[in-house]
Write a protein that binds this ligand. Sequence first.
Ligand code: FPP
Length: 277
Amino acid sequence: MAIEPLTLTDTDQTEQDKKLQEKLKSTGSIPTHIAIIMDGNGRWAQKKGNIRLHGHKAGVESVRDITESCAQLGVKHLTLYAFSTENWNRPAAEINGLMKLLVQSLRDEAGRLKKNDIKLVTIGQIERLPEKCQRQLQEVKELTKDNSRMQLCLALSYSGRWDITEAVKQIALQVKGGAINPEDINDDLIGSFLSTASAPDPDLIIRTSGEFRISNFLLWQLAYSELYITKTYWPDFRRDELYQAIYSFQKRDRRYGKVKNGHTKSISASVINQIIS
Ligand code: FPP
């Protein structure tokens, strides 16, 4: 008889962790959408004298811990950059290993996603992934399609430029067919043609491993996201540091290009002229 893998469920959550989450909820708002550039798997493995695939395998544990803690906190959307368009340029052995790991992880985690009421979706050129991977993704998407606690979006064979290019092509076709008037093209319309249309723009983007880059991730959608960059390699990034990232987010002053409340005193034209002359 097959034995279910030993996994930590919501009910196994420690009292200490529950308290930490309650505290975080009381210190400010929890981001609706968190997006993560999971980086540093290879370096994590190499530092331990292992090949890179060990890092990716260890990274799956972080995916599980972060997914579950986000759902527990009330995050509604979690987007993970799991494989970029550029990652196809890696050695074939690493790509094969990653794809196998993805299939294996989806198999292992399907029941847990279902139980935790998490819906799996994907963005990216899924048709470029191996057949087996596509089938497994489809299976888990189907299994979790009615879940509503949180949406977990895996960006696979994804790049921000690809996303924008596809949206532009679609809009151009609609304009050509007369369905869209060029005058009506605005931020919202473009957003609705992107692969992420089912989610609001990310509030918080986390990048692990200390690199200060966006690496062709959600280029359009990150316009006003708050950034949290940590030196921690992805396999070591667990819920304790997620809480730090959210706490840091809560302390930010999100102004969206406007001025801070209380800094809106009107000034007369003569004062403006005096200052700039
Ligand atoms: C970046 O580290 C990580 C990736 C390209 C793959 C991420 C994949 C996983 C965490 C495992 C499978 C994912 C899921 C969703 C089950 P890197 O290899 O670029 O590390 P480096 O910068 O140190 O070389």
